[in-house]
Design a protein around this ligand. Structure first.
Ligand SMILES: [Zn+2]
Length: 162
């Protein structure tokens, strides 16, 4: 994706109010981001752990969403992240909800999905595992592309809600 400055990231959110932007902390390693290899930027707020953020490019425009992380449940079962489709221990997949953009957001409507609790989807599909028997490089590329597409689709649904 194109390189994003702190100002561009802050201006990209489609469902943030002033209060959200006030408490937002950027990823601590933003300066080290490898933009060329990034399909999207997602991070857990380093100070406000109940917040998570994702910024994707939609039609070339950086588009971000604020996500609220559900209070951790005692659910011990494993879960699958809806973005990267990685199976995780129960406490590492969590419900995240995004207040919808525009009018719907003012009516406090939101969209939720289960996601990796540490927002590591982008890394998970790259480093999670060596190729399984019978798996090809193309499968991994497909998984990477699908993950990026699902994250874009989610952000688009939040932005275009009304
Ligand atoms: Zn994930």
């Amino acid at each position: 994706m194109q390189e994003l400055t702190a100002d561009v990231i802050r201006a990209s959110f489609v469902n943030a109010d002033e209060r959200d932007l006030e408490i937002l902390d950027l990823p601590p390693d933003l300066m080290l981001a490898d933009w060329f290899h990034l399909d999207f930027l997602a991070w857990r707020d380093p100070a406000t752990r109940s917040r998570c953020y994702a910024v994707v490019e939609l039609d070339g425009e950086p588009t971000g969403v604020v996500l609220r992380v559900a209070a951790s449940s005692s659910r011990a079962r494993n879960g699958i992240c809806n973005i990267c489709r990685t199976m995780q221990p129960g406490n590492q997949v969590t419900m995240m909800s995004a207040r919808k953009g525009g009018e719907a957001g003012r009516r406090e409507e939101s969209i939720g999905t289960y996601m990796c609790a540490d927002a590591s989807c982008h890394q998970n599909v790259r480093i999670a595992h060596p190729l399984a028997p019978g798996e090809f490089r193309a499968d991994v590329d497909f998984r990477i592309d699908s993950t990026a597409r699902r994250m874009r689709d989610f952000v688009r649904r939040v932005r275009d809600a009304d």
